[in-house]
Design a protein around this ligand. Structure first.
Ligand SMILES: [Zn+2]
Length: 122
């Protein structure tokens, strides 16, 4: 399709949906398009059931049917390899946190001992 025709089609679509749009030309990149979000009243709402039993009122992620909190962004790894990768990252993070906590406790003990040695009370 001719680039100009492409622009005209995108422009017509954006106009029909009430979105703002702009097209610009760059020597290297050619024609680039910016198309704004749908106007507030026209945005689809998520509708997933919230914990309070009411439907969610957040707007959906572009091109999806749910909001960012109810699976619109990502619903997590699906393949066994992907799940294992996430599990590994979680274990790594937990180990780092445990090590940092142990270090903090040890520092606290050293300080408390020093305070006790000098005869102060805490
Ligand atoms: Zn939602």
């Amino acid at each position: 399709m001719h680039p100009l025709l492409q622009i005209l089609k995108a422009q017509a679509k954006a106009k029909a949906e009430g979105r703002r749009y702009s097209f610009s030309y760059h020597a290297e990149k050619g024609v680039t398009a910016w198309i704004g979000k749908q106007p507030k009243g026209k945005q689809r709402r998520c509708g997933a059931l919230c914990r309070n039993g009411e439907p969610c009122k957040l707007r959906v992620v572009e091109g999806k049917r749910r909001c960012r909190l109810h699976g619109g962004l990502s619903t997590g790894p699906k393949t066994p390899e992907g799940r294992e990768r996430i599990a590994q990252a979680n274990r790594q993070r937990a180990a780092t946190r445990a090590a940092n906590r142990a270090l903090l406790i040890e520092r606290g003990r050293v300080i408390a001992e020093e305070i006790a040695r000098r005869g102060y009370s805490i």
